[in-house]
Design a protein around this ligand. Structure first.
Ligand SMILES: *[C@@H]1O[C@H](CO)[C@@H](O)[C@H](O)[C@H]1NC(C)=O
Ligand SMILES: *[C@@H]1O[C@H](CO)[C@@H](O)[C@H](O)[C@H]1NC(C)=O
Ligand SMILES: *[C@@H]1O[C@H](CO)[C@@H](O)[C@H](O)[C@H]1NC(C)=O
Ligand SMILES: *[C@@H]1O[C@H](CO)[C@@H](O)[C@H](O)[C@H]1NC(C)=O
Ligand SMILES: *[C@@H]1O[C@H](CO)[C@@H](O)[C@H](O)[C@H]1NC(C)=O
Ligand SMILES: *[C@@H]1O[C@H](CO)[C@@H](O)[C@H](O)[C@H]1NC(C)=O
Length: 495
């Protein structure tokens, strides 16, 4: 049905208004500046990702000038248009084989996923990470022989497009590509099974003036090793520093970084620039993953960045991307329950702990995302006990809720670990209910659950309300717009 022209104007005006309200935010105090060299990783493995323009505004509000993403989703890349935030995009590992084999495909890939945005939309793309931790031990060597050829093809395509000076190719590697038998940095060496591939890659990085991108996780040192000295994971000093020749190490980050420097020295590339691709601390899902430890870690790291002390072997300013911006409730928890809790900000863009991105160490909360739209204020919880309830359905209901929802906060040492049995069941039910967009059918569980409007949050155990995922948001907007148009129609009929 074609609407008469006079009905179109309220429609488009409302549309414009709503879109404007979504995308813009009131300019407040002057923007803070994050410490030079700092950037942040933004992953999208969430069931309800925040609308990208809202996230880009949040980065701006917090003075963060560099971002790293894991693919080239046009919805996300376009959100950086005109922002002047420096962007590193990524290529997922499952694309490497094709890119390695087929230079024409690499050419098309670069055209459609990189240069298009740089040229047409003025997105400031500076790096392409070809693969994400492709040499991880758990991949059994699947990507070892294809990462370098893929990097070459992508860089060649970028050079041909005329962006070779501006856009650099690298690959994000996990710190497990090097090791030291004695734990002393000077015994550092690249792992034998990736040695040959790394040598080629480092040679290439050196020639192209591209950085060696490495992900370093002091949290994992602590997580994987019960006896690890806790203070050594942070940056406020230790009683017994590790000495290595004439150098002293006061934290595992410096020791790990310098193990890489030594490994590079041993293949005669001591001067390759090193950039930290990921560094951070989770806030839940493990006894060490707490907001207060995350605060201690980030404040220490950011102060270190601001002081430009670098490491014993590489004094001076550093470049690093924090991991990460937002919680991602759809991430694999194979490595551990903490995987879904790396965000400095929650799933909805609210900050979790105090951190001063300027590196001055002030106790202040980052600035939250503005314009996030929540679902209704309601939760799904277990019904109060009653003889008529068939409790033998409970275990099945719980495994169902936890398989499809997110129960990573219920584990030992996590934020909801101390809930009663009912409290835990409610947590699981609510998670599934919220992830299912509060559908009434998602809060039945064989009659054991019901919807409530009083917040069941209990101390540290936070019961979320999901946000409108952006697909839904569009539907909501259309319904609102539709209602408005309908209202206008009635109004006009009565005139
Ligand atoms: C990137 O480019 C390739 C090849 O042109 C295309 O198939 C793909 O859909 C593009 N987008 C992403 C996100 O990879
Ligand atoms: C790697 O090998 C192990 C043991 O053989 C196997 O369990 C695992 O599934 C393999 N992983 C991949 C990604 O192939
Ligand atoms: C990679 O290449 C090396 C040398 O050509 C070869 O020995 C090795 O088996 C290859 N690895 C895989 C996983 O294909
Ligand atoms: C309770 O539920 C279990 C499993 O769902 C079922 O086998 C059993 O018959 C039910 N008992 C009653 C009294 O309904
Ligand atoms: C849960 O209880 C244990 C033991 O009393 C305590 O150490 C821990 O801090 C509690 N956790 C939370 C999140 O309240
Ligand atoms: C609320 O939390 C406290 C401990 O933090 C716990 O003792 C209590 O059982 C919890 N309530 C529910 C309903 O889980």
């Amino acid at each position: 049905m074609a609407l008469p022209k006079f009905l179109m104007w309220p429609f488009s005006l409302t549309w414009l208004f709503l879109v404007h309200w979504q995308l813009h935010h009131v300019e407040g105090a002057p923007e803070p500046e994050a410490v030079p060299g700092i950037g942040i990783n933004w992953g999208l493995l969430a069931t309800h990702p925040i609308n990208p323009p809202i996230v880009v505004n949040m980065l701006k509000d917090n003075g963060i000038k560099k971002a790293k993403i894991f693919d080239t989703d046009p919805w996300v890349v376009s959100a950086f248009t005109g922002s002047n935030i420096e962007l590193m995009v990524g290529i997922p590992n499952d694309q490497l084989r094709k890119l390695a084999r087929d230079a024409n495909y690499a050419h098309d890939w670069v055209k459609n996923n990189v240069t298009k945005f740089v040229y047409k939309e003025a997105v400031n793309i500076r790096y392409v990470s070809v693969g994400n931790e492709p040499f991880l031990r758990s991949y059994n060597g699947s990507f070892v022989n294809i990462t370098f050829p893929a990097m070459q093809n992508v860089q060649n395509a970028i050079d041909k497009a005329g962006y070779g000076d501006k856009i650099k190719v690298t690959t994000a590697l996990n710190a497990d590509v090097y090791e030291s038998k004695t734990d002393k940095p000077s015994d550092g060496e690249f792992r034998p099974d990736v040695f040959h591939a790394i040598k080629e890659i480092v040679q290439f990085l050196d020639e192209h003036n591209s950085p060696f991108l490495v992900n370093i996780y002091p949290f994992l040192s602590l997580y994987q090793n019960e006896g690890f000295p806790m203070d050594f994971a942070f940056f406020d000093g230790v009683a017994n520093p590790v000495t290595d020749n004439d150098k002293e190490y006061h934290n595992v980050f410096d020791a790990n970084f310098d193990t890489l420097v030594w490994s590079l020295r041993k293949i005669d590339h001591s001067n390759v620039n090193i950039v930290i691709g990921e560094i951070g601390w989770p806030t839940d899902g493990n006894k060490h993953g707490t907001p207060s430890n995350a605060k201690r870690f980030y404040q220490g790291f950011l102060k270190k960045m601001a002081s430009k002390t670098g490491t014993p072997l590489r004094p001076g300013p550093m470049d690093a991307y924090m991991f990460s911006l937002l919680d991602e409730d759809d991430k694999s928890i194979a490595p551990g329950n903490f995987e879904r809790h790396w965000g400095i900000f929650r799933y909805d863009g609210k900050p979790k702990f105090e951190v001063d991105f300027s590196g001055n160490g002030e106790n202040k909360m980052p600035i939250e995302a503005k314009g996030v739209v929540y679902q209704e204020r309601k939760w799904c919880v277990i019904k109060p006990f009653d003889k008529s309830l068939n409790m033998s359905s409970l275990p099945g209901a719980l495994s169902y809720a936890c398989a499809l929802g997110d129960c990573t906060s219920l584990g030992a040492g996590s934020s909801c670990a101390n809930q009663s049995e009912d409290g835990s069941a409610s947590y699981a039910f609510n998670s599934y209910f919220q992830i299912s967009d509060q559908s009434v059918e998602a809060c039945d569980f064989k009659g054991l659950a019901n919807i409530v409007t009083d917040d069941p949050t209990n101390g540290t155990c936070f019961f979320p309300i999901q946000i409108e995922s952006s697909g839904n948001m569009l539907t909501t907007l259309l319904i609102k717009v539709g209602l408005f148009a309908g209202f206008s129609l009635i109004f006009l009929t009565f005139m």
